[in-house]
Design a protein around this ligand. Sequence first.
Ligand SMILES: C[S@@+](CC[C@H](N)C(=O)[O-])C[C@H]1O[C@@H](n2cnc3c(N)ncnc32)[C@H](O)[C@@H]1O
Length: 271
Amino acid sequence: MAEGSGAASDAPEGPEGYDTYHAPIMAPFVGELLDAVDLRPGATVLDLACGTGFTARAAAPLVGPTGRVFGVDSDPDMVRVARDRHPRLYPDIEFTVAAADRLPYPDATFDAVVCQQGAQFFPDLDACLAEAARVTRPGGRFAATVWAPLDRQPYFLAQRRAVEEYGGPDAARHFARPFSGTAERLTTALRTAGYGDTAHREVTFGVALPPLDAYAPAHLATLWGGLIREAGGEEALTRAARLVRDQLADRVTADGTATLPFTAVLVTATR
Ligand SMILES: C[S@@+](CC[C@H](N)C(=O)[O-])C[C@H]1O[C@@H](n2cnc3c(N)ncnc32)[C@H](O)[C@@H]1O
């Protein structure tokens, strides 16, 4: 990608792009999520809706060679990248393609189940959390993050305006999905599923994003390139990327980077 051109077409997209460009935003939340389930050496942990495996990869050194790490996701392309990019640390991570409401594990397998930014996409949250509860051992921990509402998240607000302006008539509905999870809905479903001791709190990090001239177009293309191209072709994607950068211009420092606040809701429970 030409520096500063706003073109996004050379950047990796799809799951490879997700793993590359979403990583800076997800990284601090992974640490918080794993802290919340208090992983110890020897523990067995499931990364539910693992995507390309950010959380599973971070869990592996915490549980160590006597622990076990599993990742499950319904999207085979996400799981392919998770397997490709797993650095083969010990313990090995077993990534599986399966839906969250039909988990291929015996009852009470896991000391901890974690789910980063996945629950808001589950078509039947109650059924998925019932499965999570089934595979969590008595006394085991559950933790999930979902994005907090957009109003205090300037980067996502800038993306939303660009996606809504250039992404066609369904863009607003698609963009709303990742922000549709709520602590109330999750804790209610967790209790119904058989978890207790539910709690939730907001977690905010100032994330130092890479130079925005290159990062913002690549990240936009990874998440929303398909929708925007379908609505208006490559030119629409270039304009949308420029709109993201223009909205954030006053936050960019001399080296081109920007440190922006991101907020998630962390929900925890005990089986
Ligand atoms: C925003 S991504 C989050 C991925 C990863 N946890 C992360 O932190 O980057 C949401 C993931 O949920 C997965 N997903 C959505 N519905 C699912 C379901 N019913 N069962 C399993 N995975 C699901 C998607 O395939 C996608 O990988």
